[in-house]
Design a protein around this ligand. Structure first.
Ligand code: C2E
Ligand code: CA
Ligand code: CA
Ligand code: CA
Length: 274
């Protein structure tokens, strides 16, 4: 590092330790990957429990790394959030999703809506938000937004969500039940869907307490006119319990893992719920 002093430029040694160096090179590598088109978006269907039709799909980002193969988002989204790369990352995902929707539409004449995950950082940082807002508003007939409860708590983010709603962008609360958001936010915020976190779904068939939680979320959601989705369904048993509890849609490995867009085409052709 060089620092300006009265005498000109003096070089001083600010030693970086190994983890810091590793982090800096990881940020550089991720930046290059975003710019170089190494991000890929996979899609997982959300299924209507009554008839098994595809209601919508969720866009989930992956990094097609030249040496490490397909890297899951858990390994780089947080770094992106901490380093201001989440703006460019999200724009890349939005563009890919809009292009995928057009491709499905061209191939079958019909295509489901695509839900995209929007980090808190994209809402509470004015610079990131400005860019993302425009893309979302332009694509509001095609895309919906998923935010976690933490995004409902901050003032800037709440303002951004209200703004999106006024512009006609639909919003779901992701990982519902795991955050610390007060339920009062649900009353005041323009969200249209709750996605019950996998934590309450995973053992639903054997845990009466989880069933009680899901049952009361469904009741509350109906009273507030919100749609309910259950995440992380891995068996027909759990799907059946959810149906019994009045949950209308679900998502999980039982139907499909997140896959490349082209692989979902057979699902859409002739699916009754589209
Ligand atoms: P999420 O938004 O809660 O997404 C659901 C995660 O659960 C996905 O993991 C999905 O593959 C996984 N999943 C779906 N069904 C099942 C199931 O039946 N069993 C189990 N065990 N898991 C299931 P994935 O794709 O690894 O994404 C992890 C997280 O990374 C996401 O959690 C989301 O928070 C974040 N993420 C993914 N894509 C994006 C993105 O484009 N932008 C942002 N900001 N975050 C993203
Ligand atoms: Ca999500
Ligand atoms: Ca989730
Ligand atoms: Ca999650």
């Amino acid at each position: 590092r060089a620092k300006s002093t009265g005498a000109g430029w003096a070089v001083y040694d600010e030693r970086l330790d190994a983890p810091q160096l590793h982090r800096l090179s990881a940020i550089g590598e991720l930046r290059a990957a975003i710019a170089g088109g190494q991000l890929e978006v996979h899609y997982q269907p959300l299924v209507t429990l009554a008839d098994g039709g595809v209601r919508s799909v969720e866009a989930l980002v992956r990094w097609r790394h030249p040496e490490r193969g397909l890297v899951p988002p858990d390994q780089f989204v947080e770094l992106a959030e901490q380093s201001r790369l989440i703006g460019p990352l999200t724009l890349a995902v939005l563009d890919a999703a809009v292009a995928q929707h057009a491709a499905w539409q061209a191939a079958t004449g019909t295509a489901p809506r695509i839900a995209v995950n929007i980090s808190l950082r994209c809402l509470d940082d004015p610079q990131s938000y400005a860019a993302i807002r425009q893309r979302l508003v332009d694509a509001r007939d095609v895309l919906t937004v998923e935010v976690t409860e933490s995004a409902l708590a901050g003032d800037e983010a709440r303002q951004a969500l209200l703004d999106l709603a006024q512009q006609g962008v639909a919003c779901s609360v992701d990982d519902f039940g795991t955050g610390y958001a007060s339920l009062a936010y649900l009353r005041d915020l323009p969200v249209s869907e709750l996605k019950i976190d996998r934590a309450f779904v995973r053992e639903l068939h054997v845990r009466a307490r989880d069933q009680a939680i899901v049952r009361s979320v469904v009741q509350m959601a109906h009273a507030l006119d919100l749609h309910v989705v259950a995440e992380g369904v891995e068996s027909s048993e759990i799907a059946a319990v959810l149906r019994g509890l009045g949950v209308s849609s679900a998502q999980g490995y039982y139907w499909s893992r997140p896959v490349e867009g082209a692989l979902l085409l057979p699902w859409f052709a002739g699916a009754p719920s589209l």
